[in-house]
Write a protein that binds this ligand. Structure first.
Ligand SMILES: Nc1ncnc2c1ncn2[C@@H]1O[C@H](COP(=O)(O)OP(=O)(O)OP(=O)(O)O)[C@@H](O)[C@H]1O
Ligand SMILES: [Mg+2]
Length: 323
């Protein structure tokens, strides 16, 4: 892999709760190459959004990053001041969060919102701001006449695309997206994803993308990370993880989605619930739901072990070396 644009190491996030700290992200590590599209999947509550917020340094109480590092272009973001972070945000890293559709300011026109972002992060004059604003709207196929529009005058899909236009404004090297298309119908979703993909190819930014939509994963991501209870349990080339999932949880996830290319299979899902994040069980966090769990799985927490670029956190795949 070329020098990573993003290096996440042993990232840990806790929520303060009345019952004690809940470990929502427990020791997540991965690299992202320039221009790469990494998809993150996992059932609701497994820590995907919390992890993205932590990477973007946007967490607020009761959540707190309690360990690990997030290096962007070699700089550890966890050590920067608020002002230093402000300089990186939008210019280098931009974020399109879950329910982005409602993240636009309802009282300002699209032009005013784009201009605000430019003024906060650049010294561009009005003419340059107007030119760039028209450019980014055009990139996401919104007619420039809508610069004068207010968010309520745009359809849901257009609002979502306007958010992506804002994210592209300063040509960041990394765009973090948390289910940016979940509020759209299937046709609009696909068209938005194609636009993101074309822009990624032409502009070369990397994408960190959380989704529940396995067809989006399959069509657009280079690599796929599967999360379970705050940990990455499997990480590898998307095709490889799709065709040969090795972790029993990934296997269950793949089975829960109808095959896109192959014959239709019955949706099975995965029985049971994720563990408590306040008092997680010893051993493998998936063991209570795993058909293959052994005494070893219930006793020892497995590590994420990589064999030829395909990493899996499972004793059955990576037997422990006994002393
Ligand atoms: N304010 C909070 N206080 C305590 N725990 C929280 C809080 N917000 C989130 N959590 C817990 O942190 C865990 C991770 O939540 P997160 O929103 O990151 O999950 P997610 O994977 O993004 O889920 P979804 O797919 O539903 O968006 C969950 O188990 C949740 O219960
Ligand atoms: Mg989420």
């Amino acid at each position: 892999m070329s020098t990573p644009i993003l290096e996440v190491r042993d990232l840990r996030v806790e929520y303060t709760t009345p019952a004690g700290p809940a470990q929502a992200v427990s020791g997540v590590s991965f690299d992202l190459a320039p221009g790469e599209f990494l998809a993150i999947v996992g059932e609701s509550g497994c820590g995907k959004s919390t992890m993205l917020f932590s990477i973007a340094q946007l967490l607020t109480y009761p959540a707190q990053t309690v360990g690990g590092s997030v290096k962007f272009d070699g700089v550890d973001l966890t050590t920067l001041s608020a002002e230093e972070l402000r300089q990186h945000r939008w210019r280098d890293i931009s974020v399109v969060m879950q329910s982005a559709m409602n993240a636009l300011n309802p009282t300002l026109s699209i032009a005013a919102q784009l201009a605000d972002a430019c003024r906060a992060h650049t010294d561009w004059d009005d003419e340059k701001i107007a030119r760039r604003s028209a450019e980014v709207l055009d990139m996401v196929s919104i007619d420039v006449a809508h610069l004068k529009s207010f968010p309520f005058q745009l359809s849901g899909g257009m609002r979502q695309r306007a958010m992506i236009a804002m994210a592209l404004l300063l040509e960041p090297k990394l765009i973090i997206m948390d289910e940016p298309t979940s509020a759209l119908d299937v046709v609009a979703q696909r068209s938005l994803m194609r636009q993101v993909e074309n822009l990624r190819r032409s502009l070369g930014f990397a994408v960190l993308f959380v989704t529940h939509d396995m067809s989006v994963v399959s069509h657009f991501s280079d690599r796929l990370a599967v999360m379970y209870a705050g940990e990455i349990v499997e990480l590898g080339a998307t095709r490889e993880v799709f065709d040969h999932p090795r972790h029993p949880y990934s296997n269950g996830l793949m089975d829960a989605f109808p095959s896109i290319v192959g014959e239709k299979r019955e949706l099975t899902g995965i029985a049971g619930n994720p563990p408590s994040l306040v008092n997680p069980p010893g051993g493998c966090l998936f063991a209570p739901r795993c058909h293959f769990a052994t005494d070893e799985c219930r006793e020892f927490r497995p590590e994420l072990i990589s064999v030829e670029e395909h990493a899996v956190r499972c004793h059955l795949v990576n037997p422990r070396v006994r002393s």
